[in-house]
Design a binder for this molecule. Structure first.
Ligand SMILES: NC(=O)C1=CN([C@@H]2O[C@H](COP(=O)(O)OP(=O)(O)OC[C@H]3O[C@@H](n4cnc5c(N)ncnc54)[C@H](OP(=O)(O)O)[C@@H]3O)[C@@H](O)[C@H]2O)[C@@H](O)CC1
Ligand SMILES: [K+]
Length: 494
């Protein structure tokens, strides 16, 4: 993997890597490094907030090693003059860490002081099992609202493997995590509760296995740039089947975002009204008059689905085009109503090919699972979805690449390589039409790509999601959500 990506591990992978080191007696050293990393991070937060000496920090301490990390971090903070105290939420705490904390003058309180500036959540880490109930500590609920919550390793209540929260959970603005980023910090509800993630090296690196996933954090270096000598055909041409009289805007957004993402030519197959509307905004778009597979001649990729709605003739055109791409193995992105074309043999072949990229949101993925009559997949997509496992399972069942949209988008190929994750936690993206923009971006990337293998399609789809999220971030850094899908197109240029 390139440096554009960083590894992400399951909680179990991190624990398995730690076990032999703990058995060899390195546990205390690792805990000291973890605590030092956490204390340094909190000190930096306090410094940026004005002062360190006398600043009020409270550690919420659980019964295991996570609580031990918290207590050692409080001890280190005390050495720097921070007024760091603890509340023990269980009837026991890491004995050596508690002793060190007390020896440094730390006190165990029975409530959370109202003037707490930073609240360290060191209740549960990777040893959490089953549902969590928030501790009944006076002042805690208020402090959660007024102080900066920093999670030690992972917010308590979040499952480190999946991001699921089987019971209650704490929400952090920052998470200082040890040894490697955990899936639970990125995925599902965990992705909404972990805030900014900072990883501390505790000496595990060489003991870690292949990661369970990779996070794409900066532009994919393999993305094709125009070359001297290129012409409009050599730069790829994208065939779009989008829009219907009811949803002409979907075609505009798909075509416009494809053009803006950089492709030799974008051709649209649509009726006269939709074509006219698109041409007004995007005069460089080319209208293809052929019908069915004929319109597809010479295109290097296709984008099918946005805004076809329930329009029968448009859906038939979409299906003809989809079959043509699957048969010829030409890359294609399928979204929105296009996903409903996956019926009969298209649903059950199990071998559509990695070059076909499906981009469902959770609801669309659930409908696909239902159509597949796959109960275990439905279970993975239920109330608290396991988005990583679900994306992999859906990709495997259909034999296609699947990009499951959400606050963290997951992309998996059909034959089980490590999925890519893109954090797109920009709530402003939750508006009508932003999915059509993503389809256009991925279509353009597919049309211009020098791609041939499964992992290439996974990377292209993830790069599309990253560009989409980065555009939203540029447009709306404060997260007010004051933008629509068309504005996103204007913000695509990096
Ligand atoms: N291994 C290492 O050397 C290193 C580990 N490190 C750190 O240790 C953390 C892992 O520590 P850990 O294994 O002690 O587990 P931890 O998360 O503290 O919780 C276990 C305790 O919680 C309890 N409990 C469980 N579920 C519960 C629930 N739902 N609700 C309530 N209670 C529940 C459980 O009780 P039990 O089930 O045993 O009765 C047990 O007492 C890891 O995240 C990292 O921070 C780093 O310092 C690097 C070196
Ligand atoms: K924690």
């Amino acid at each position: 993997m390139s440096r554009a990506t960083t590894p992400v591990y399951s909680g179990a992978q991190i624990r398995d890597a730690e076990t032999p080191l703990v058995e060899a007696g390195a546990g205390p050293d690792m805990m000291r490094r973890a605590a030092h990393g956490l204390a340094s991070y909190v000190l930096a937060l306090l410094r940026s907030d004005g002062k360190i000496y006398g600043a009020r920090v409270l550690g919420l301490i659980g019964p295991g090693n996570n609580g031990g990390d918290g207590l050692y971090a409080l001890t280190a903070l005390r050495a720097r003059g921070v007024d760091a105290q603890a509340v023990l939420v269980a009837d026991r705490a890491h004995p050596q860490a508690l002793e060190a904390f007390r020896a440094a003058g730390g006190r165990v309180l029975s409530s959370v002081p109202a003037d707490t500036q930073v609240l360290i959540d060191a209740v549960l880490g990777t040893g959490a099992r089953g549902a969590f109930t928030l501790p009944d500590v006076p002042g805690l609920a208020e402090a959660v609202g007024t102080s900066t919550v920093v999670a030690c390793d992972i917010p308590s209540g979040v499952d480190a493997d999946t991001g699921r929260c089987p019971g209650e959970a704490l929400t952090a603005e920052h998470t200082v995590t040890f040894g490697g980023a955990k899936l639970g910090l990125l995925l599902g509800e965990g992705g909404l509760r972990s805030g900014k993630i900072h990883t501390v090296d505790i000496g595990l690196q060489e003991h870690l296995p292949e990661p369970a996933a990779w996070e794409l954090i900066s532009p994919e270096p393999t993305r094709r740039k125009p070359r001297l000598g290129d012409h409009k055909y050599s730069r790829g041409s994208l065939q779009v089947v989008a829009g219907s009289p009811q949803f002409p805007g979907a075609a505009q957004l798909t075509v416009g975002s494809a053009i803006t993402s950089g492709v030799g030519m974008v051709r649209l197959q649509a009726d006269a009204t939709v074509s006219a509307a698109v041409l007004q905004g995007w005069p460089e778009a080319v209208m293809s008059h052929g019908r069915g597979a004929k319109a597809f001649d010479g295109a290097t990729a296709a984008a099918i689905g946005p805004g076809l709605g329930k329009d029968r003739s448009r859906l038939v055109e979409g299906e003809t085009m989809l079959r043509a791409t699957v048969e010829s193995k030409v890359p294609c992105v399928l979204d929105a109503s296009g996903l409903e074309l996956l019926r009969g043999d298209l649903l059950t072949s199990g071998d559509l090919g990695g070059q076909l990229i499906l981009t469902p949101h959770l609801g669309e993925a659930r409908r696909l699972a239902e159509a597949l009559e796959d109960e275990s997949l439905e279970e993975l997509l239920a109330d608290q979805p396991d988005t990583l496992a679900a994306t992999r399972a859906l990709a495997e069942a259909l034999g296609a690449t699947v990009l499951l949209k959400g606050p963290s988008t997951v992309v998996a190929g059909p034959s089980g390589g490590a999925p890519l994750v893109v954090r797109s936690a920009t709530p402003g993206l939750a508006t009508a039409g932003t999915g059509d923009v993503l389809t256009g971006i991925i279509g353009a990337l597919l049309a211009t790509a020098d791609a041939a293998q499964e992992q290439d399609w996974v990377r292209i789809a993830a790069e599309g999601a990253r560009m989409h999220a980065a555009a939203a971030q540029r447009l709306d850094p404060q997260g007010f959500g004051h933008f629509g899908a068309s504005a996103l197109i204007g913000a695509l240029r990096e």
